[in-house]
Structure formats: C-alpha cells, structure tokens
Write a protein that binds this ligand. Structure first.
Ligand SMILES: Cc1cc2nc3c(=O)[nH]c(=O)nc-3n(C[C@H](O)[C@H](O)[C@H](O)COP(=O)(O)O)c2cc1C
Length: 193
C-alpha cells in the first residue's frame, strides 16, 4: 500500500484527478488529497462535484486537507509519504513550484517532495504553451520532476473520453510502479517484436 499526495488544481481535466483518486482508493492505496480553490471550481464546472470527500464515500484511506492549511501533516518532510502527483496541474501551479513559491499546501507539499527527493509527478494541461510554461516545465524536468502532459496516445484506439483519461492516468501509475490494466500497451498480446 502506497501513501500518495494528490494535488488537484484549476486546470481543465478534472476527470483525470477524479479517475486517479478512484483508482488509488479502489486498489487500497492511501490518498492525501488537496484541492486548490480553482481546483474546486473546475471540479464543480466540469463534473458537477461540489463536495469532493462525499463524492468518494466513506473511505478510511482518503484524507482531504485544506489548501490553506500549512499546518497539515503533509506540509512537513517528516510525514511518511511515497510520492506526490498533481493532476490536473495548472501552469500557474507549475510556475509556483518551479520558482519555490508556496502560496498553498499543494505548492508546499511539492516543494517538500523536491527537497526530500521523493517522486513528484505533474500532469499539466494548457494549450498552446507559452515560452514561460515551457521554461518552467524544462527546469522542473531537469531537477527530476516527472512531467506527464494530459494528452492521450492513439495507438490503443481510444473510443471514449474515459479511454483517453485512462491512458494518462495509466502512464502516471506506471511511473509510480503501480500495476494496472487501464489501457492496452503498444503491441501487447502481439507476436510482433
Ligand atoms: C473552467 C476553467 C478552466 C481552466 N483551465 C485551465 C487550464 O487548462 N490550464 C491552466 O493552466 N489554467 C486553467 N484555468 C485557470 C486556472 O484555474 C488559474 O490560473 C488559477 O489561478 C490556477 O490556480 P491553482 O493552480 O492554484 O489551481 C482554468 C480556469 C477555469 C475556471
């Protein structure tokens, strides 16, 4: 069982965060979720979900901290955490993390992940990307942060939005070394090399 911090920010793609948290809880992992103020707005806009915790029911593995609460457990490097994922990740949050600015608990927990050298995975969504976005993403990648853009592949022939979401969520799970069958891999079950 892994202990994962899940940051959800105000980028489009609330489905990605919802699916990721659902998968982790379903597989018995412990989730420490934090939604930014804009993350809550986008969750309501795109999924009609007003109460994040209620949406996932009474799971003992789901802990939700307020984005304003710098005294939360996960604000400290002494917390036993395996990895952090920000999904979806706004380019504003990318900018804050790349520049060491901690205006909310998501930024703080990401900063802690970097200083403690724990896996940090960002799933940014924006289009087109400006030179500022690209520079921040390049810098984060250079210091070891995983950047998994919220884009699908097409070789697994997605038919629904869920198929596309599952591809991105699955690639994040791959980096966390969590087994899943969310998409068919390239040449899976094929005799071709
Ligand atoms: C419906 C909606 C969709 C948005 N989509 C994006 C997006 O895809 N990418 C992005 O970087 N910002 C997007 N934004 C803007 C961010 O929410 C805004 O920059 C905010 O300050 C991000 O704050 P946060 O990173 O603390 O959540 C969107 C805002 C709204 C209301």
């Amino acid at each position: 069982m892994k202990k994962i911090i899940v940051g959800i920010t105000g980028a489009s793609g609330a489905m990605l965060g919802e699916r990721f948290v659902k998968f982790l809880l379903g597989a018995g992992h412990e989730v420490h979720a934090v939604l930014s103020a804009s993350g809550q707005t986008v969750f309501k806009e795109e999924l009609g979900i007003k109460d994040f915790k209620k949406h996932f029911g009474a799971s003992k593995n789901l802990h939700v901290a307020s984005a304003e609460d710098f005294a939360a457990k996960i604000s400290s490097g002494s917390s036993k955490i395996d990895a952090m994922v920000i999904i979806p990740c706004s380019l504003s949050t990318v900018g804050a993390i790349a520049n060491g600015i901690t205006m909310n608990l998501i930024h703080r927990a990401a900063s802690v992940s970097i200083k403690e050298k724990r896996p940090l995975i960002l799933v940014p969504r924006e289009s087109p990307l400006s030179p500022i976005h690209l520079k921040n993403l390049l810098y984060l990648s250079e210091i070891g942060v995983h950047i998994v853009p919220a884009t699908t592949a097409f070789y697994h022939k997605p038919k629904t939005i869920e198929d596309m979401v599952d591809f991105t969520v699955g690639r994040v799970l791959d980096l966390l070394k969590i087994e899943h069958q969310l998409f068919k891999r390239w040449r899976e079950n094929s005799s071709a090399e």
